[in-house]
Ligand binder design. Structure first.
Ligand SMILES: Cc1cc2nc3c(=O)[nH]c(=O)nc-3n(C[C@H](O)[C@H](O)[C@H](O)COP(=O)(O)O)c2cc1C
Length: 320
C-alpha cells in the first residue's frame, strides 16, 4: 500500500511524506515540542510533526485551568505558551534534523510583519521542512483576526512567502462565515498548502464557582465534536482551490482519516486524540492503511477527493 503524499507539489523542495498522518500542532508532548513522550511513541511512518506554535518572544500562556472536556469534545485555552523562537531553534532544531520524518514549524506573530520576521529567523535552520502559519488561534488576543479576513490572510502569506525558501502551509479558522474566499486568498498569495481547521471558540461553566471553567474564560473546541464542521470546510475548500489541504478536527480512527481524504484532504492532522494517547497517531495510521484496503483504494493519493463532485467523471471504485 503506497501511503506517500506530497503536501507541496508546487514548491521546488516539495514536502514529501511517507503517509498522510500528521501530528497537528500543540499536542506533541507536554510542551508541544516532544517533552515527556513515552518511549513507546514512534514517529516512523507518520507523515510529519507540526510542533507547537512559536512566537517571537517567550509567552507564559493563559491562567489555569487550561483544559476541560466532556462527551466528544475538549476545550483548551493554552494561550500559545512557548519559549520564543530563539530558544526553540537553539534547543530543538538540532534534534529535529535527526528525526526520521519532516518537522513543520508553526509560527504566529502579533502583526503581519512579525510572521515574516519569524520566517526569516527559521531560514536556513537545519531540521525544519516547512512553516505553518497559525492565523487562527482563538486563545490569544487578536489571534483569530488574521484568519477572519481574506485580506489579512493574503498579506501575511505574501510577506512570509517572500521571507522564506520553505514551503508555507496556512492554517485557517472554522470561526468564519465563509471559508472559501479566505482559502482562495491564501492560495493566490502563494500558500503551498492549507490546514483546515483550528479550533472553534467554546465555553464551559463551573457550576459551583459560578464562572467560566477555564482560567482564560473561553477556549478552543476540539475533538470529535469538531469533525463534521472541519470536514465540511475541507469539502468546500477542495472544490475551490488546487493546493493540498491538511484536514484537522476530531480524527480518532482510520475511518475518520479516510473521510477527510475522500472529502478532499491530502493529509490528516491529529491533535486531541494524540493528547489523550500519544500512541494514537500510529494506531490511526495502521487503521487508515486497513480502511484504504477495505474500501479498495490502491493508495492514499487515490482516495483524495473521491467523495467530492469535483472528482465526478472518474470511475467509482468497486464496492467493498
Ligand atoms: C491542547 C491543544 C493545544 C493546541 N495548540 C495549538 C497550537 O499551538 N497551534 C495551532 O495551530 N493549533 C493548536 N491546537 C489546535 C490543533 O492543532 C487542531 O487544529 C485542533 O485541536 C483540531 O484538531 P483535533 O480535534 O484533532 O484536536 C491545539 C489543540 C489542543 C487540543
Amino acid at each position: 500500500m503506497d501511503l506517500s503524499v506530497d503536501l507541496a507539489p508546487g514548491h521546488p523542495r516539495g514536502l514529501r511524506m511517507r503517509s498522510p498522518l500528521v501530528w497537528a500542532s500543540g499536542t506533541f508532548g507536554s510542551d508541544g515540542y516532544g517533552a515527556g513522550l513515552p518511549s513507546t511513541v514512534r514517529l516512523h511512518g507518520l507523515g510529519a510533526v507540526v510542533v507547537k506554535t512559536t512566537t517571537l518572544r517567550p509567552r507564559g500562556g493563559n491562567p489555569t485551568p487550561r483544559i476541560v472536556h466532556g462527551h466528544g469534545w475538549m476545550l483548551n485555552s493554552i494561550g500559545l505558551e512557548n519559549p520564543g523562537i530563539d530558544a526553540v531553534l537553539e534547543r530543538y532544531a538540532p534534534q529535529w534534523a535527526t528525526w526520521p520524518i519532516p518537522v513543520i514549524l508553526s509560527i504566529a506573530g502579533e502583526r503581519a510583519e512579525e510572521f515574516a520576521l519569524l520566517a526569516r529567523r527559521a531560514e536556513g535552520v537545519k531540521g525544519i521542512s516547512a512553516l505553518e502559519l497559525n492565523l487562527s488561534c482563538p486563545n490569544v488576543e487578536g489571534g483569530l483576526a488574521f484568519a477572519q479576513s481574506a485580506e489579512a490572510t493574503a498579506l501575511v502569506t505574501r510577506l512570509v512567502k517572500s521571507a522564506t525558501s520553505l514551503p508555507v502551509i496556512v492554517k485557517l479558522s472554522p470561526q468564519v462565515g465563509d471559508i472559501v474566499p479566505i482559502a482562495r486568498s491564501a492560495q493566490h498569495a502563494g500558500a503551498d498548502a492549507l490546514a483546515l481547521t483550528n479550533t472553534l471558540v467554546g465555553l464551559a461553566i463551573d457550576l459551583k464557582a459560578r464562572r467560566p471553567f477555564l482560567g482564560g474564560g473561553t477556549g478552543g473546541v476540539s475533538g470529535p465534536a469538531l469533525k463534521p464542521v472541519a470536514l465540511a470546510m475541507v469539502f468546500q475548500v477542495y472544490g475551490a482551490v488546487d493546493i493540498p489541504i491538511i484536514g484537522i478536527g476530531g480524527v480518532a480512527s482510520g475511518e475518520d482519516a479516510l473521510e477527510y481524504l475522500m472529502a478532499g484532504a491530502t493529509a490528516v492532522g491529529v491533535a486531541t486524540s494524540a493528547l489523550v494517547d500519544p500512541t494514537a497517531p500510529q494506531r490511526i495510521l495502521g487503521e487508515l492503511r486497513r480502511a484504504l484496503r477495505r474500501y479498495r483504494f490502491p493508495s492514499a493519493r487515490d482516495a483524495v477527493g473521491t467523495a467530492h463532485p469535483r472528482k465526478r467523471g472518474t470511475p467509482a471504485p468497486p464496492k467493498p
